[in-house]
Design a binder for this molecule. Sequence first.
Ligand SMILES: *[C@@H]1O[C@H](CO)[C@@H](O)[C@H](O)[C@H]1NC(C)=O
Ligand SMILES: *[C@@H]1O[C@H](CO)[C@@H](O)[C@H](O)[C@H]1NC(C)=O
Ligand SMILES: *[C@@H]1O[C@H](CO)[C@@H](O)[C@H](O)[C@H]1NC(C)=O
Ligand SMILES: CC(=O)N[C@H]1CO[C@H](CO)[C@@H](O)[C@@H]1O
Ligand SMILES: [Cu+2]
Length: 585
Amino acid sequence: MAPAPSLRFSSFLALLHCTMLAGAVPFAAGKWKLVQEGNTGVSAMQLAVVSETKAIIFDKVEANPLQTNGHSAWSAEIDLPSRTVRALNPITNTWCATGSFLSNGTFIHSAGNPFVNISQGNIGPDGRQAIRMFTPCTDASCDIIEDAQHLRLTSRRWYASSARLEDGSMFIFGGSIDNAFINNVTINNPTFEFFPPKNINGFNGLQIPTRFMEDTVKGNHFPNVHTLPDGRLFISANREAMILDWKTNTEVRLPGIPNGVRISSPFSASAVLLPLTQANNFTPEIMICGGSVVDDTLEESQYSSQTPASAQCARLVLTPAGIATGWKVESMPQPRLMVELILLPDGRVLAVNGAQTGVAGYNSTFDPVGLESNADKPALTAAVYDPDAPLGRRFSSADIPASSIPRMYHSTASLTPDGSVLLAGSNPNVQFTTEGRFPSEYRMEFLSPPYMFSNRPTVNGVPATVDFGKTFTLNINLPPNVRDVSVSLMDLGFATHGVHMDQKLVQLQSTLSRNKKTLQITAPRDGRLFSPGPGFLFIVTNEGVPSVGHKVLIGTGASPPVDQGAIDKYAASPLPQILALMPNF
Ligand SMILES: *[C@@H]1O[C@H](CO)[C@@H](O)[C@H](O)[C@H]1NC(C)=O
Ligand SMILES: *[C@@H]1O[C@H](CO)[C@@H](O)[C@H](O)[C@H]1NC(C)=O
Ligand SMILES: *[C@@H]1O[C@H](CO)[C@@H](O)[C@H](O)[C@H]1NC(C)=O
Ligand SMILES: CC(=O)N[C@H]1CO[C@H](CO)[C@@H](O)[C@@H]1O
Ligand SMILES: [Cu+2]
């Protein structure tokens, strides 16, 4: 007997959906709940969920309240159930770095900022070429490991982005070699590289040039990078977009962002790859929301905290036909800059955090009205987006309580494995401060969609590792009246500056047994659909209620390929300043 397609996203339902009225796709109804619980101890500029119960955060070197080894911490691990933190100990300055997991489950945090020496012994060596490793653990034994002698980037990067590739390695793209409010031609790093390094495109172990980063200065910090089901990468920055074949270094330019909207830092929008489902035949479609139309060639002193942000959302289907059709434009309920787009396990997208005016950056030396930020008018109400609803009826803020905590520059958010969304950070200040309208913010909030208060499905027997194309069976316990389920495999990614590296939802093929006690699931077909490495499996009922997410390592769990020749080549390149400042190396 042919396996019954899961109902929620099945093509059968998609057909039916066309004949049904708006809002027919079921989502759990009711009130959302926002609670404020716990403190991050360090400013939560960067965030990654690393296990079913833990997340890690990174800040820059600054006088945070959380202490470690006689100085302020600038990284911490959050225990999600207890809402408590434990300091972690990176060595180098982690300011505005990037992060991705490798296929073996180790998290790689890379890039950063030059040496700093601030008060009270808070000293951070140059982190621009840093590779920092974190292998999650269930106790308190794991910490950040840095070994610059053996592990480092081949060039300096600040505000670079990253992605986990189909072979389980990490792709690192763009950024600046030095820090500034906005990128420019002097400090631009128009190259990409890999970790572990590769001998590829004629650049054995060293960084590879990309025209795209040259063509998109100035406003091209933290480009959006998304892996596509054909193995290529969608990359967008400033007002441009392209598809990069990293294996041949071929750039295919796409239509630019509509209406002149700039979408990368300091005009931070957010981009999301919409769920890849059976109903859409795993066709990639990108959505980018927010940003600004302000000129990116102004002098720093000419930007205003009062300039309205863009409310635009633009969607592009990444097939030849979709690209020929071009971007389709709609609007968020509010303009938004520094917005976070977060995939929910039920297939919707949450837009949260950010401001309605200004640009991303620190408390300005240039604010015309003396407001203590580069941005003003916090966007305190989240909006949830149903990608399949009719145009004009996709966003809703109904039943979502507004926050009272502004989440401005250097704030962040992520889905957590229990299904709630963690909101954290906000620190548009050069240094830790409790003063001003937007002080350094340590309070965490958890935004819970109505499905959190429904009777939820539970499963057990989720394997630690599942290889591509393999089928496995789970024991499942469904609430009464549930007819069917679907399975969302999610990469929760790494979030910073509104950019969610590696965030992805791939619907897996599944078959519910006749007695609804077991569920047979087939892992993704290959590493192009879901890069080998950690994911979270959510079982979602036909009423839109997900189980909690269970961590699973997709693939064999093997480490990514290592090319010793490429490592030797970069090891022979000049040692970065980082080493000189780290006597222990
Ligand atoms: C950091 O600054 C303090 C105070 O200015 C100074 O005494 C110390 O030597 C500096 N440390 C380094 C490593 O530069
Ligand atoms: C680029 O930015 C750096 C750092 O702010 C600055 O020193 C340099 O003069 C700038 N270059 C240009 C061409 O604006
Ligand atoms: C994962 O791979 C990296 C790169 O080869 C390696 O340094 C790291 O130790 C590996 N982690 C585990 C848990 O094996
Ligand atoms: C908190 C803080 O540092 N606020 C400063 C921001 O910048 C303005 C000048 O534009 C100062 O007046 C504020 O004190
Ligand atoms: Cu930053």
